[in-house]
Design a protein around this ligand. Structure first.
Ligand SMILES: [Zn+2]
Ligand SMILES: [Zn+2]
Ligand SMILES: [Zn+2]
Length: 207
């Protein structure tokens, strides 16, 4: 049997949040190429294929901005069915690597789970990572537009991602606001009207 691909990968687009499975082709020489989003063609990752050695994937985290490089030797890739790729800094799920079929089954499973909870609403399906990414983008935009101010007067924040929420922490006083982002409904609430409050261990600020 001829091997035409090294493996397949799927990454959440850091701009539009969509995810597509793509093959990493098997070249005869050393190759480096850019993987782009199938929807908005935003750059997702850079992949280096080294014949007989394996691949290296450079991918930035849309949440913390860290540039991650993950490498997979060929022997590992041959046996790999499905693996998640995380940001080394904040453990945000960046995407998946392995066999096309295994990745497709994982993504279908998530869609089916959503369909079971929201029958007839499959057009609105967003994966958990897509919701978190979109929430981070919204919170970033609000902070950049000066719509969020800490009670201490600061408008400088650090965003962090928890399991199903975004934390925005003031870099000056350490107060933080929590934006729930566990569902599409919660995501829709994140905007200029969002009734956020800043918390400190010993007191609660209210806007
Ligand atoms: Zn995109
Ligand atoms: Zn990260
Ligand atoms: Zn502050």
């Amino acid at each position: 049997m001829l091997i035409h691909t090294v493996c397949s990968v799927a990454f959440y687009c850091q701009r539009c949040g969509q995810i597509h499975i793509q093959d990493v082709p098997c070249f005869s020489g050393h190759q480096k190429f850019v993987l782009r989003c199938g929807n908005c063609s935003y750059e997702q990752a850079r992949i280096s294929v080294r014949p007989r050695k394996g691949i290296a994937i450079e991918i930035s985290c849309g949440v913390c901005g860290t540039k991650n490089t993950v490498t997979y030797p060929l022997q590992i890739l041959r046996r790999m069915q499905f693996e998640k790729i995380y940001c080394g800094q904040d453990q945000f799920e960046l995407g998946y690597i392995g066999h096309w079929q295994a990745i497709a089954e994982f993504l279908d499973f998530n869609a089916a789970e959503y369909e079971a909870l929201h029958p007839g609403d499959e057009d609105n399906f967003m994966g958990r990572q897509q919701i978190l990414l979109e929430a981070v983008n919204r919170v970033h935009d609000m902070a950049e537009d000066g719509e969020i101010a800490c009670p201490c007067g600061s408008r400088e924040f650090m965003a962090d991602v928890a399991e199903d929420s975004i934390l925005l922490e003031c870099v000056h006083c350490g107060s933080y606001a929590v934006f729930p982002a566990g569902s599409a409904e919660e995501l829709r609430c994140i905007g200029p009207e969002f009734p956020f409050e800043f918390l400190l261990p010993d007191r609660v600020w209210k806007r």
